[in-house]
Design a binder for this molecule. Structure first.
Ligand SMILES: Cc1cc2nc3c(=O)[nH]c(=O)nc-3n(C[C@H](O)[C@H](O)[C@H](O)COP(=O)(O)OP(=O)(O)OC[C@H]3O[C@@H](n4cnc5c(N)ncnc54)[C@H](O)[C@@H]3O)c2cc1C
Length: 416
């Protein structure tokens, strides 16, 4: 079968890998000059099964209210005159109900565990390298109440077969000695030893190369204008090349991996999906020659920051803004992130040379991605991975390849 993949983020390129392995002719189309240049470019880098609990949980509404008006709030709602934004917000509130949170957490946990196992297999089979670190993720708490809430999360995760432990403040320092000079008072933490981190962009580019060796064709700098349909089937994709000329490409099946831009591509076909862009920022700090750089991936749970050592860089990522499709970097919010890291790890790296970045997470209200069929027989979706697209990419890519082949995926998940 000839399969056209729309979008070469980490989700598109992993889908291409598994579809090519299954013997299909695969063409990937993207407006960027290579794979992983939009949201997969400078994310937090964490392969974090331990973050299966979505933002939409019972404590979220109260926290969001208390953060209103705070420019340095981890989650910021910037109201727009947009029905989509408000509908998404209401659905988010519904997903905060305890039963919904539990169901969403378990779905994400299943897919994340499967995805991590798939990533390991891919790594073993190809020897792909992407500045990855396999020392677990340490989740730090500076608020005693939040640490208490984390206890329940640890119990749910452990009951579901995931290795996660509560740690005292002293034990946190033993896991990450750079915390000994921290100016933030840590009250304790949780540790997930099997989690890891790595550079999603480097991974995407290198997997793109491996896909090419395996016969996958990439059409970069090609903007997808629309999907063409006739008698209930997709018949082609209309694209515009960077030089301005337009072309229609045909395939047997079409897979949409357009991240936050999937809803607009699907709406003219009458397919509506609850994916909304949630903006986040990262800073990449050079660390060569610095003694106080952390050697373990961390999450600062109180400030909601992911902190990942990636080779000779420290990546710090976080914040969430519901502000439409504006991906511009807010220097004030980036400064607040940098200040917090400087307090945690005063000698971590050259803070004055930190490179800022902003990206749009393609987020569903419950953070559960949309993977599977549509009512159009030859149109498939792999999108809406929200805060965990890097963590879930390999599992989602393998699963959609199974679905397109008419096979049942090996993981229990609510596929379409
Ligand atoms: C600040 C931040 C921190 C994060 N941290 C983590 C983390 O630690 N761990 C984790 O697992 N996840 C993390 N994420 C989430 C993760 O980065 C995303 O879920 C993931 O990158 C989504 O991948 P994707 O392939 O679906 O989307 P994208 O990477 O955005 O890919 C979509 C592709 O579609 C292309 N495209 C869109 N429209 C068109 C068009 N019309 N024509 C042609 N091409 C088009 C784009 O160019 C792009 O390449 C983070 C995200 C952010 C913003």
């Amino acid at each position: 079968m000839k399969i056209l993949i729309l979008g070469a983020g980490v989700v598109g390129v992993t889908s291409a890998w598994y579809l090519a392995l299954a013997g299909h002719e695969v063409v990937v189309i993207d407006r960027q000059p290579g794979a992983g240049f939009e949201t997969s470019f400078a994310n937090g880098g964490q392969i974090s099964v331990s973050h299966a609990e979505p933002w939409a949980n019972p404590s979220a509404p109260g926290k969001i209210l208390s953060w209103l008006g705070h420019i340095d709030a981890p989650l910021l709602f910037r109201p727009r005159l947009s029905l989509r934004q408000w509908a998404w917000g209401l659905r988010f509130l519904y997903e905060c109900l305890p039963a919904r949170t539990r169901d969403n957490t378990l779905q994400i946990l299943n897919l994340a565990l499967y995805s991590r196992a798939e990533l390991h297999q891919l790594r073993d089979a190809t020897n792909i390298r992407y500045d990855h670190l396999e020392r677990g993720i340490l989740h730090l708490h500076s608020d005693p109440d939040e640490l208490e809430t984390a206890r329940a999360r640890v119990e749910l995760m452990r009951a579901s077969g995931f290795d996660m432990h509560l740690k005292t403040a002293q034990q946190c320092i033993e896991i990450e000695p750079a915390l000994a000079v921290s100016r933030v008072r840590i009250v304790g933490g949780t540790y997930s030893p099997s989690d890891e981190c790595g550079d999603a962009h480097m991974f995407s580019r290198r997997l793109e190369g491996l896909c090419q060796q395996g016969g996958v064709d990439f059409m970069f700098q090609s903007t997808i204008m629309r999907l063409l349909s006739e008698r209930g089937r997709i018949t082609g994709v209309s694209i515009r090349h960077v030089e301005g000329n337009e072309q229609t490409i045909h395939g047997d099946a079409y897979l949409v991996c357009l991240g936050s831009f999937a809803p607009d591509m699907l709406a003219p076909l009458g397919i509506r999906i609850p994916v909304y862009p949630v903006k986040g920022y990262s800073l990449t700090i050079p660390t060569q020659g610095y003694e106080g750089t952390p050697q373990v991936c961390l999450t600062d749970e109180s400030a909601k920051l992911a902190i990942s050592p990636l080779g000779l860089r420290l990546r710090v990522a976080g914040t969430a803004e519901l502000a439409g499709y504006d991906a511009e970097v807010d220097t004030g919010r980036c400064r607040a992130i940098l200040d917090r890291v400087e307090q945690l790890f005063p000698d971590a790296g050259n803070f004055s040379r930190a490179a800022p970045w902003g990206g749009l997470r393609p987020t569903t209200p419950g953070n559960v991605p949309i993977i599977g069929r549509t009512r159009i027989a030859n149109l498939f979706l792999n999108t809406g991975h929200g805060t965990l697209g890097w963590t879930l990419a390999c599992g989602s890519g393998h699963a959609i390849a199974d679905i397109i082949a008419g096979r049942k995926p090996e993981v229990e998940f609510g596929f379409r």
